[in-house]
Each structure stands twice: as C-alpha cells, then as structure tokens.
Design a protein around this ligand. Structure first.
Ligand code: FEO
Length: 406
C-alpha cells in the first residue's frame, strides 16, 4: 500500500493483505489491511506494527519517508499478532526506539515474544511529547483485548483507534469518502458484529471517554480512515454496542434435501407479509460471518436444521456456539442490552428427531425468548406445515416490530 499523508507530518505507512480471506475464521471477503502510522516531528513515532509476513513492506514504506533507524518511539496500541508479530523486526530496524504500550500489553508481549525490549508503559491521560505534536493515551481494555489502548493527537484531532472502527477490507482507497458510504458501513458492521459485539459494554465506556475528545480523523488499525463520516460511525457504534434492535427477522438454516429450506422460505414469506425486514442466510453457502453480521441488529432469529444422527447439522451447531460467544441478548447479569429478542427453532427430520429441539435449547441458553413451539416436519413439509411456518414468520415479525418500537 502506498503511503499517504493524513495531515502535515502524519503518514499512513501500513500494508494490504489482499489474499487474507480467513482471518481466524472471519470471512474477509475483500481482504485485510494492517494499518500503521508514522508521526514525523522532532521525535519520530511509529504507531503500530503489522503482521510479521508484511514487516519488510512496512519498513520499505517507512524508508520512503525517513530512515527507520531514526524512529524514537514505537507505540503498540494492542498486543494481538496482526499488529505486533512484526515488532521484532521493527525494533531491530529502530534500535534506539522505546516501545510504548500499556502494562498489560507489556505483559502479553513478555509471554508472546520474550524479548528484552526497552519498554515505557503508559496509562490513560499519559502523554508523550514529540515536539510540536504530543501523543495522548487512552486505555480501552477489552476493545479489543485487555491490553488495548488508543492514541490521540490533540493538535491534529486524530484518534488512532486500534481495532475499534475498523473494517476488514483491502483496497487502494484510504479514506471513507473514497467508497460509497453504504459499502463502508456494511463492512464496519460485519467487522463489529464478528469481532467487537461481545465487548459492547466496554465499547460504550470507550465511546464515553472519546466523547471528551475533539476528533476530525479516526485512524483505525484496519480498513479505511474515517474523516467524512465520523458522526455516522460513532452513532452506529453507539447503536451496535447498545444492542438496539431493528424490526428485523433473520432466518438462518442448513438443509440436507431441501425440506428445511422450504420451511425457511415459508418463514421469510410470512415475515415479508408482516412488514418487517427479512434476511435469509444459508449457513454453508453464506457462512457464519455473514449470519453474525445479520443478527447484530435483528430483534428476531429463527434457526432451522434437519436432524443428523439425532443432532443438528454441524454448521448449525457451530453457528449457535459462535452466537453464544457473541452474546447478542442480555450479555451479562443485570445487563438489559438486547433483552427481549425472540427466537424460533424449526426443521425437518426422518425416522428420529432431535435437531430442531437442540436448536431451541441453545437459543434459550443464549437468551432468546421462544414464544412459539418448535416447528418440525417428517421428511418433507406439507402445505399445512408451510402455512404454519408462514404464520410463525408473521408472528415473529409482529413481535420484532413491537420490540423495536416500530
Ligand atoms: Fe486487529 Fe485485535 O487485532
């Protein structure tokens, strides 16, 4: 990725990983970027490294601006290896640099890399004077890991937000105005749902802290830099972190010989007729990343499976385990976010059942309320079963609209 200047002396020097489409399970359909930023002042600071396989490219980008050995500070906002596994090469190329990070980040690095780096640990409100510019630090534990922090340049009003506000997308565009807003927000939503959703309570705290800052640029560690649409992404994060529900019903399913698919489509017909937004996700075709993105704002989730050896299809079981980890409903004790979201289990079976019933138990465990009984059919749904599905879809839509206040 070519370097570009965010404002005088502040450069984007990160790299693109065009071929990364499986980011520890996240289906990154457009690839990934590992963003890194260079602040040129009397002192020179590099904000975040990149994945080790791309560190040579990072160092070349830096070398196109300054000799990397002149770097005074390497700021590590986060310990996860997509940003830190290139640190060893960076610290070798910048032998006089101090490594700036939180105490928890240092501890994580000790366990990951076991290197004797010259650390300078920081906490919220600590500052680092670079000359004309001063970096200010804001610890944001669990956004994304316990070690995470953001860095802020008050004079330029730039927030280096680490994973927060990122998108997994590779492209030559660097700023949010260079692609259609709908596309950028869709990628941001997909990223939030799959990576940040279970951390919403901490996101709300980080947003509260960030509200005190004047921000004209949000420079995340992945994807496009926000400048034009900062109010839109901040508002979206507030909504997503609050688990506010839209009048939307998502039907997620797998099918063996088409029977559960017929039921899923009948459910969708019922939702459509009742005026709520409907989304149909075939797990093996569309993938769990897409399914998670769809359920982020959905008031209702219907999950269908055939029975395979008295159990659900493996992709359905894996998906529900994943949803449980994402915690889209009342994620903590006395945490009302997402409360009242509703679910439905359905599916076909042959000589023995069990798959759809297992789904019902899982949905309940996750926190979804199941106002309707499990809908099952033997081998192939008849017209009566399909009508039952259409009615169930309409009922889910009505309840979803009530929950969303629409
Ligand atoms: Fe992009 Fe949590 O690392």
């Amino acid at each position: 990725m070519a370097t570009c200047e965010l404002s005088p002396g502040i450069h984007s020097v990160g790299v693109l990983d065009w071929s990364m489409h499986d980011f520890h399970g996240f289906e990154a359909r457009r690839g990934v970027s590992y963003n890194s930023y260079l602040v040129l002042d009397e002192k020179i600071a590099l904000i975040d490294a990149v994945k080790c396989t791309f560190v040579d490219e990072l160092l070349q980008n830096i070398a196109s601006l300054i000799d990397p050995s002149r770097i005074d500070y390497v700021v590590a906002n986060h310990a996860e290896p997509d940003h830190s596994s290139g640190l060893s090469a960076v610290m070798q190329a910048a032998p006089r640099a101090k490594l700036i990070c939180t105490e928890k980040c240092r501890s994580a690095f000790d366990d990951y890399y076991r290197e004797d780096w010259p650390y300078q640990t920081v906490k919220t409100a600590d500052t680092l004077c670079l000359g004309k510019h001063t970096l200010q630090f804001l610890a944001t534990p669990m956004v994304h890991w316990p070690d995470s922090m953001m860095s802020y340049l008050p004079d330029e009003k730039i927030l280096f937000s680490m994973d927060a506000f990122g998108q997994h997308t590779a492209g030559t565009e660097r700023f949010d105005h260079q692609l259609p807003l709908g596309l950028v927000m869709d990628e941001a939503r997909r990223y939030y749902a799959n990576i940040i959703m279970p951390l919403g309570a901490m996101v709300l705290k980080a947003l509260e802290a960030a509200a005190a800052l004047e921000i004209t640029t949000i420079a995340p560690a992945h994807g496009l830099i926000w400048q034009k649409h900062i109010p839109a992404i901040l508002e979206a994060y507030r909504k997503w972190a609050s688990l506010k529900s839209d009048p939307k019903v998502v039907v997620v399913y797998d099918s063996m010989w088409g029977s559960t698919e017929l039921m899923a489509r009948a459910l969708i017909d019922g939702v459509n007729g009742a005026g709520a937004t409907a989304r149909l996700v075939h797990l093996r075709r569309d993938g769990r990343t897409e399914a998670a993105a769809e359920i982020l704002e959905a008031a209702a989730l219907a999950v269908g499976t055939p029975t395979l050896h008295n159990r659900p299809m493996p992709d359905v079981a894996g998906f529900l385990s994943y949803v449980r980890s994402l915690a889209p409903v009342s994620p903590g004790k006395n945490d009302p976010r997402g409360k009242g979201r509703i679910g439905l289990a359905f599916g076909s079976h042959g000589w023995s059942g069990g798959g759809a019933q297992w789904v019902a138990q899982e949905l309940t465990q996750i926190g979804y309320q199941l106002p309707q009984p499990v809908i099952c059919c033997l081998y192939r749904p008849d017209q009566s079963t399909l009508q039952q599905c259409r009615q169930a879809g309409a009922d889910l839509a009505d309840k979803a609209r009530q929950l969303a206040g629409k």
